[in-house]
Design a protein around this ligand. Structure first.
Ligand code: ADP
Ligand code: ZN
Length: 721
């Protein structure tokens, strides 16, 4: 090859052609450095026919500067990047960038200097130093990262280096990870587990594409089961990727993994330190990382020899990314497995309707674990009708639930209350004039957080201290909290049962892996009587003493009424209910609702998942909704409301006129203002026969918008805000 066409990571630039200098070897997938004007840029060599560009004569080409010391991206990964860009209508470069997630890693090798506390006593103490000494116990990182963790300036830390309070440590950037051992602690599987595990193991060894839906009730031991497939891949010397929906779950997972394989897996998520990120990336690319556990971004990494992908809690909506490249990691995982010719396992107790549909039509092989492991029974479900069993005035927990919690406390067992709302109250208003606190940047109320004494927007992060007086009418002490959040429920529990030890579990309280570990430890050792939490507590955890789960408001998720509202409610309640009675003692779930007759509540009470999904499936079929039709959302936004409206109208005016495509809108989005941008939505409903992506690309490509306009295309949308 004496010419190379590069994919470069600059949205404004198309592909660029370069000359390959004498003696330099490049191939498709090579990661290279090239001159661009006075600068040097990183690019990936791509097939010319797949990256069309203008033909520049050889004589005018500049030479590539350097080939970086990393393995070229393999064809299956390059095809995955192209597929993802194509399917989600995203720029190729934006997808490719996810594969090279660590810029530093591309150079590789060498050492870096990190710092840690030396243990020496300071001669001169300042408040900043005291804060740093406190915050940095057991931490070791670069000065910049330590400064961030301790919330002090880098200057303060440099001063501490000079006075010997922090000591340098030289770290080998590429030191290998400890080896996982497939036979370290093999469990004795139940019959159903053994049967499913055998199918999965065989499939790993067969090295062919095979998608599985591992469908097992909560507590059935799905993890143990797919660990056998992981063991088979390790045995074959191949790599495994396990995708988890939330970092909060990894702590628990890591422990179970280490118990089974003798060492921790390699972690990948957005809050890794830069050195950890770089080390992980290089080990992934050279094969040293045997098992990678990560958030959705781990999906695009350049594994040297991937042998298996597992998507755990595969129904979780957090696999859908809602900014940048709007992809669904669950679906892309299946595509990657297809390109790599390997099996992929989607594990869930409450699979997405789409996944069940694909299993029913034979696309996925369904493996069932119908019973809890070790003979534990599924919990009894009891519906608490809030219209007849009313909580006391100003309270949210109905008498039967309170009585149930009191019984558990007396017996030394645990209760868990679930409410998917952070903070104290979702709305604050002035008793005197009716003023409501609203976010200036978003169409949303400010949520009171009593612990931090702030009113906060959960969409953009805007926050203000809770004022003494109403900002509108200046009446002092007149603000009232409307409705409950978890903080308010925790307060109610403390008032009802002052002797109970209450723990609150939200993204505000479990903000680091250390805090998650601490919580799990306390819950397991019985140091907590009542857990009050958001969706963070609904899945993954296994606390044997937990025998009562109370769902504070099962109707909450049904309010918005989007496509998946009922399905999501079913999943959340079934998942959180699944935390009850996992040990020897039987569990009970109490579901508070004002609408016990709703199909989803009735199905939960009767454990009739099949009937619920069958009815949902028919409703979707009638509506031509996914998986029977294909939907796409187009969001037009601008800081200027008139500009956004105008652009949305222009887009609506040129809508495609095709028999198998309907376009709804434009209409102001439910979140008409988000982070200071005014938003309009269009929804494209297509029959499966329509070439949705091509239609959208041609439609949008034919229009020119002012620079202040942003157009986001969301294929298979999950958010309808
Ligand atoms: P699920 O993910 O299906 O809800 P888990 O994988 O968390 O279920 O398993 C539930 C509990 O049962 C866990 O504590 C797990 O360690 C235990 N368990 C499951 N299978 C086995 C087995 N074969 N041998 C020993 N313990 C098991
Ligand atoms: Zn806001």
């Amino acid at each position: 090859m004496n010419r190379a066409r590069l994919l470069v990571f600059n949205a404004a630039l198309g592909p660029l052609d370069y000359r390959v200098p004498e003696g330099m070897a490049v191939e498709p997938g090579s990661v290279v450095v090239a001159p661009l004007g006075p600068r040097q840029i990183v690019g990936i060599v791509w097939e010319r026919e797949r990256l069309p560009g203008s033909e520049v004569p050889d004589s005018r080409l500049r030479p590539l500067a350097e080939v970086l010391p990393v393995r070229p991206l393999a064809p299956p990964l390059r095809r995955l990047i192209e597929w993802t860009a194509d399917y989600y209508c995203a720029p190729l470069a934006a997808v490719a960038r996810m594969a090279l997630a660590s810029g530093a890693a591309l150079r590789g090798g060498g050492t870096t200097t990190e710092y840690r506390l030396s243990g020496r006593e300071p001669e001169r103490m300042t408040p900043q130093r005291a804060a740093a000494l406190d915050a940095l116990v057991d931490e070791q990182a670069t000065i910049r990262e330590l400064a961030e963790r301790a919330s002090v300036s880098e200057g303060v830390l440099r001063g501490m280096v000079n006075t010997g309070l922090l000591e340098p440590v030289v770290v080998d950037l590429d030191r290998p990870y400890p080896r996982a051992r497939p036979d370290f602690a093999k469990p004795l599987l139940s019959e159903a587990q053994g049967a499913a595990a055998a199918v999965l193991e065989n499939s790993v060894r067969a090295r062919m594409f095979a998608p599985f839906l591992l469908d097992g009730v909560t507590g059935s031991g799905k993890t143990e089961c797919y660990f056998e497939a992981v063991a088979a891949a390790l045995d074959e010397g191949r790599q495994v990727l396990v995708l988890l929906p939330e970092i909060a779950l990894t702590e628990h997972f890591l422990r179970r993994f280490a118990d089974r394989f003798g060492t921790a897996p390699v972690l990948w998520h957005s809050s890794l330190k830069s050195t950890e990120r770089r080390r992980a990336w290089r080990a992934i690319a050279d094969g040293g990382a045997q098992v990678v556990v990560g958030a959705r971004s781990a999906l695009f990494l350049p594994y040297a020899d991937l042998g298996l992908i597992v998507v755990d809690e595969a129904h979780e909506t957090s696999f859908k990314q809602d900014d940048g490249v709007r992809y669904n990691a669950r679906d892309v995982a299946v595509i990657r497995a297809r390109f790599e010719s390997i099996p992929v396992i989607l594990a869930s107790a409450t699979p997405a309707l789409e996944s069940l549909h694909l299993a029913a039509n034979g696309t996925y092989t369904k493996l069932d674990l119908p019973d809890r492991f070790g003979g534990a029974q599924l919990p009894d479900v009891r519906i608490v009708d809030l219209c007849t069993d009313q909580p006391e005035r100003g309270r949210w927990l109905a008498p039967p639930l309170v009585a149930g919690m009191r019984e558990r406390l007396a017996r030394g067992e645990q209760s868990l209350l679930f409410l998917n709302r952070r903070g104290y109250a979702p709305l604050t208003l002035c008793r005197h004039c009716g003023y409501r606190f609203q976010c200036p940047n978003c169409s949303a109320w400010l949520v009171e957080h009593r612990l931090s004494r702030r009113l906060a927007c959960h969409h953009c992060g805007h926050q203000v201290p809770v004022p003494e007086a109403c900002p509108e009418c200046a009446t002092p002490d007149c603000l009232v909290a409307c409705g409950p959040g978890v903080e308010r429920i925790a307060d109610e529990v403390a008032e009802l049962m002052p002797e109970a030890r209450v723990a609150m579990v939200t993204s505000d309280t479990l903000s680091s892996p250390g805090k998650v570990a601490e919580f799990v430890e306390m819950a397991e050792s019985g140091a907590i009587d009542v857990i009050v939490g958001t969706q963070l507590v609904t899945k993954g955890y296994h606390f044997p003493q937990l025998t009562l789960v109370g769902v504070v408001d099962a109707d909450l998720g049904l309010e918005g009424g989007d496509l998946r509202a009922a399905e999501r409610t079913y999943q959340q309640v079934a998942q959180v209910g699944g935390r009850a009675g996992r040990g020897e003692k039987p569990g009970e779930v109490m579901i508070q609702t004002r609408h016990p007759e709703t199909a989803v509540i009735a199905a939960l009470a009767a454990y009739d998942r099949d009937a619920f999904y069958a009815a949902e499936t028919e409703a979707r079929r009638d509506a031509g909704a996914p998986p029977f039709g294909r939907w796409a959302a187009i969001i037009v936004s601008s800081e200027d409301e008139a500009e956004a409206r105008e652009a949305a109208r222009a887009l609506g005016g040129t809508r495609p006129n095709l028999p198998d495509v309907d376009v709804l809108g434009p209409a102001p989005a439910p979140m008409a203002l988000l982070r200071g941008r005014h938003r309009y939505r269009l929804l494209v409903l297509a029959r499966r026969s329509a070439e949705l992506q091509r239609i959208i690309r041609e439609w949008l490509g034919g229009l020119d918008f002012p620079p202040g306009i942003r157009i986001a295309v969301d294929i298979d949308p999950y958010s309808f805000m």
